[in-house]
Ligand binder design. Sequence first.
Ligand code: RP5
Length: 161
Amino acid sequence: MSPAVAVIMGSASDWETMEHCVTTLRDLEIPYEVRVLSAHRTPGALEAYVADSETRGVRVFVAAAGGAAHLAGVVASRTLKPVLGIPMGTALGGLDSLLSTVQMPAGIPVGTLAIGRAGAVNAALLAAAILASSDDTIVGRLRRFRDEQAQRILDQPDPSA
Ligand code: RP5
């Protein structure tokens, strides 16, 4: 099956965080592929990958990077598909990544999620929600995800006991 979501990370060192995105996509049965490609270390390969992905049917791009994190912005500059940016944690706590990803000048949008694991999980859920707008089976899976999440919380014992 051709992937609906392309997950791009700037370095293999981002995988520990991005694994949470991929696990969530898997749980929702969303076809995806993962690539390590960098806006500054492999710019030509990144550009070629985004163009090729579109022809293969990718409908949402997820881009994770840390530091001077321009990966999501560069991806967004090469596609009209939605791009979800995830700022990675860094020596500065990820605030540098967050500002680099979220503060896109008007004209090229990047939907930016939270720093780190929360952003990784939520990028998968948001990608699924985007795909769900034209696929009711994904709506059902998202509903099940929320129901199970709520049930896990309700099943927790009294933490003070
Ligand atoms: C960014 O630089 C990557 O996305 C990563 O978060 C950060 C550090 O990369 P490495 O030096 O660990 O490869 O481009």
